[in-house]
Design a protein around this ligand. Structure first.
Ligand code: ARG
Length: 572
């Protein structure tokens, strides 16, 4: 049961009567009452009436008696709502008996394709890929839990001209040596060595060019060497996913090469639709509304002047495959903001071609950069991009050390388990708790702090509740009568009833910082409750009710963190 939604549903018909048409009551949490509706203010001009009059009129029409203890006009024309204790207690009791914590599965399941992670073969994953992987994983978990059919797509960069030089370098090294280097995760040095020879050596360059032609032409030995490069890289990426604790598997790789044989058809179809224009020997689409700095229309190049197809053509083919073959109606692309224009143009062209038609829609979930302590793009000391595995290992090592410092008695296995959950959780949470579009600074101290809006704080709050139950020696009884006498109990109840609303919002926006913010509020509200309301020492009846509230809090924290891809531990 979503409290905010319930109140909104109760006010909506009243507003509709007063305004003579549908109105969103704009219900939100209020500092003065439990909730407030701001819609009367927005209506005042349209109706030519003072907002307080409108609000009073709405209250005359609204049916609220069974839910609200008081409903009144306040200030310039807000409607302030205080929920009745009895209604709150009833709803909390219903929550306690619900495995899904009040969150219904969707009434309109759809096929959602989530395009995320997408590193490049024979290249190290960088922090941008970390963000894509973490955000994409959260999207997948949430949409899946709500009952959508989710297709994970790892749009691996496994095709294109660089493979000429990469394969030639592989041949020079020998397969065994190359396999060694790549399986150690030494992707960058492999790539750089290939690049170095390509830049310095004309003969190598020529071999590389011929190799690209052989690859495109389907030459068998070349294909095999290419597959080897792809497989070695995939194997390495899977170790990173494992360390990162994300749900991506080997079956989710569907690299750029998978669309290769569709590219000519895509371009031919665009041509047939009259959308193509030649520009400097390249075949381009000029979607309306896209202009460069000079005011000139911007092209989406679908076939280059050398006859090759590139990144845009591949994305068009992939999109058509997703809406056509996979029947997806929601397409998500979790890719950094620098590619915003690329996706806007791809979506516009796909729309014009009829490959992306309502109800199908595509969303670019862009994200900002991770910055170093100096406020600039995160770099290693040598000025190179930071190796992702190194960063994750450091997180785990630091968290393990902190766990041992806090409790030197911990045995090694438990310390390692806590270190992994907390270290990886801290990295993911720091990412998901920030507004996706913004940059953020990788700050170990803050990320791993037990105070503030961090994973360790939430994980600790969870483990603390679990320790209450260990001491109680019982589980909560989900059918225990709920008593809400103290303000701190009421506040906790209201917070617990907000989970469904937040999940519904994140389903729409995929802005996970709202879920993170909610979990943090829930944990601080619990902490205030726990300070003021003794649980184990409470008299019979009250004790069971408080145990139920504590258990609901723990379950909500665990489920919420799970949706973010973050583990909880029973003690820490
Ligand atoms: N491989 C690309 C990169 O590393 C990201 C691909 C994103 N997905 C897509 N469909 N274009 O930048």
């Amino acid at each position: 049961m979503d409290l905010e939604r319930l109140l909104s549903d109760r006010l909506a018909p009243a507003f509709a009567t007063v305004a003579g048409g549908p109105v969103d009551p704009l219900v939100r949490r209020s500092p003065r009452a439990d909730f407030q509706s701001d819609a009367a203010l927005a209506l005042a001009r349209r109706l030519g009436r003072p907002p307080r009059d409108i609000a009073a009129d709405v209250l005359r029409h609204a049916v609220l008696d069974d839910v609200c203890a008081s409903a009144e006009v306040s200030g310039p024309g807000f409607v302030n709502l205080t929920v009745a204790d009895g209604a709150l207690a009833r709803m909390v009791a219903a929550l306690a008996g619900d495995d899904r914590l009040g969150v219904p599965t969707t009434g309109t399941p759809e096929t959602v394709v989530v395009d995320y992670s997408a590193p490049n073969v024979a290249k190290e994953m960088h922090v941008g890929h970390l963000r894509s992987t973490v955000i994409g994983d959260a999207a997948v978990r949430l949409l899946d839990w709500l009952g959508h059919r989710v297709v994970r797509v790892n749009h691996l960069g496994d095709w294109g001209t660089p493979f000429g030089m990469l394969i030639e370098h592989l041949v020079d090294l020998g397969e065994a040596e190359a396999a060694d280097e790549l399986s150690m995760g030494d992707l960058d040095s492999f790539y750089k060595a290939a690049r170095g020879k390509f830049d310095a050596d004309e003969a190598f360059r020529e071999r590389s060019r011929r190799r690209v032609v052989a690859l495109q032409g389907g030459d068998e030995r070349t294909r095999r060497l290419w597959r080897l490069l792809v497989e070695l890289s995939e194997r390495y990426f899977l170790t990173v996913y494992d360390l990162l604790d994300v749900t991506l598997t080997g079956d989710d790789f569907r690299g750029e090469s998978a669309y290769d044989d569709m590219l000519a058809g895509v371009v031919a179809d665009l041509d047939g639709l009259g959308l193509l224009r030649a520009s400097d020997g390249a075949a381009c689409v000029f979607p309306p509304g896209f202009v460069g700095r000079d005011g000139e229309p911007l092209p989406l190049i679908v076939r280059k002047s050398d006859g090759g197809f590139g990144y845009p053509a591949t994305d068009l083919a992939a999109l058509r495959h997703r809406t056509g073959e996979l029947g997806a109606t929601r397409l998500l692309y979790v890719v950094g903001l620098p590619q915003r224009q690329h996706f806007a143009m791809v979506f516009a062209v796909a729309g014009a071609a009829g490959w992306l038609r309502p109800p199908a829609r595509a969303e670019h979930l862009g994200f900002g950069s991770i910055l170093g302590a100096d406020g600039r793009m995160l770099r290693s000391r040598a000025g190179e991009s930071v190796k992702l595995v190194g960063l994750l290992e450091e997180a785990v090592a630091r968290a393990t050390e902190l766990a041992l410092a806090k409790d030197p008695e911990l045995d090694a296995a438990t310390a390692a388990e806590i270190g992994r959950a907390v270290g990886i959780g801290a990295v993911k949470y720091a990412d998901l708790a920030t507004d996706r579009g913004k940059d953020y600074v990788l700050d170990w101290e803050r990320m791993l702090s037990l105070d503030g809006n961090t994973a360790p704080y939430l994980q600790y709050a969870y483990s603390r509740i679990r320790s209450v139950f260990r001491r109680a020696g019982t589980d909560a009884r989900p059918d225990a009568p709920v008593v809400l006498a103290e303000p701190a109990e009421r506040a906790l109840a209201v917070e617990l009833l907000g989970f469904a609303g937040v999940v519904a919002e994140v389903e729409r926006t995929l802005e996970f910082h709202h879920l993170a913010g909610y979990l943090h509020r829930l944990a601080t509200t619990f902490s205030a409750f726990y300070e003021r309301c003794p649980v184990l020492r409470a008299p019979d009846g009250l004790r069971e009710s408080r145990l139920l509230l504590a258990d609901l809090t723990a379950r909500t924290l665990r489920q919420g963190l799970h949706l973010l891809g973050i583990r909880t531990v029973e003690r820490m």
